[in-house]
Every structure is written in C-alpha cells, then in structure tokens.
Design a protein around this ligand. Structure first.
Ligand SMILES: [Fe+2]
Length: 148
C-alpha cells in the first residue's frame, strides 16, 4: 500500500514521501501532509457504480508512436473514465497527473467546455509502471495504474 502525501496548496499527491518542494506549485515540504484518504476508492471494487466508472481513469499504452516513430517513445493515453466524465464549468476534471514507478512526471491541466476529460503523454521509457491520478473539482482524486 502506497503512503500518500498531499500538497495543501495545489492538491498534488506524492507517493511514499513529501518532496523538498511541490513539483507542481513549488510550495515547501511543510505544505505536505500525509493523507491516507487523498485518493477516492470504489465502495465495492467488484461491482463499480456509475460514479466510480465516471472517475476511475482508463489508461491505454501505445508502444508505437505516430509522432516519434523511431521506437523510442511510449504513448500513454488517459481517459476519465470508463463512462466519460462531464466537462462543464460547475463539474469537470481539473487535471491529470502522471507518474512512472511512483515518481511524478507531469500534470496536464484541463479546461471545462474546451477539453475532453483525457490526456496523452509521450514517454521516453519502454518499461515501468505508470500511474494516472485525475482530480474532479467535486468528487476528488482517483487513481489507476498500468504496466508499460
Ligand atoms: Fe465528478
């Protein structure tokens, strides 16, 4: 079980320890608290509710990249979620954070009405475990993982 540390300013989640500075908003280490409930979980993983399906990220790994076709790129697409989440000004997915082997890689910010609840990243790694954390402005942060 991962230990969760959340930045009190921007909500960024780090696994297994607080960084010297928040990698998203540059807040100092003191802004982080250990927060075991920082990530939402389905009440019953064996029988997901529609609410769960709208928030748990879906990760699709593509080893063949159309943009950088030399074989060095791994595309990681994230969609929220199995049932597409709404992107309205009062209810939307704020951002999707990417991690590889529990190390933060990038945050993709999403705007309601303009963006789909999805993101894509071109990674220069060919193996490892990718984690996606999405944050809904109402329903909190949800996680999914996949092997590259
Ligand atoms: Fe939501």
């Amino acid at each position: 079980m991962k230990k969760l540390f959340a930045c009190g300013l921007c909500g960024h989640i780090e696994f297994n320890g607080a960084p010297e500075k928040c990698l998203v908003c540059r807040s100092p280490k003191t802004a982080f608290d250990e927060k075991p409930d920082a990530l939402k979980k389905p009440a019953n993983p064996a029988a997901l509710s529609d609410g769960d399906k709208k928030h748990i990220p879906v990760i699709v790994v593509a080893k063949q990249c159309g943009l950088i076709p030399d074989g060095s790129c791994t595309d990681v697409h994230v969609k929220v979620g199995q049932i597409e989440h709404v992107m309205k000004p009062d209810h939307y997915i704020r951002c999707i954070d990417y991690y590889v082997d529990d190390r933060f890689v990038s945050r993709v910010w999403l705007s309601p009405d303009t963006c789909k609840p999805a993101a894509g990243l071109h990674l220069a790694v060919k193996s490892g475990r990718v984690t996606a954390v999405e944050t809904c402005n109402i329903h909190g942060a949800w996680m999914a993982e996949a092997e590259i």
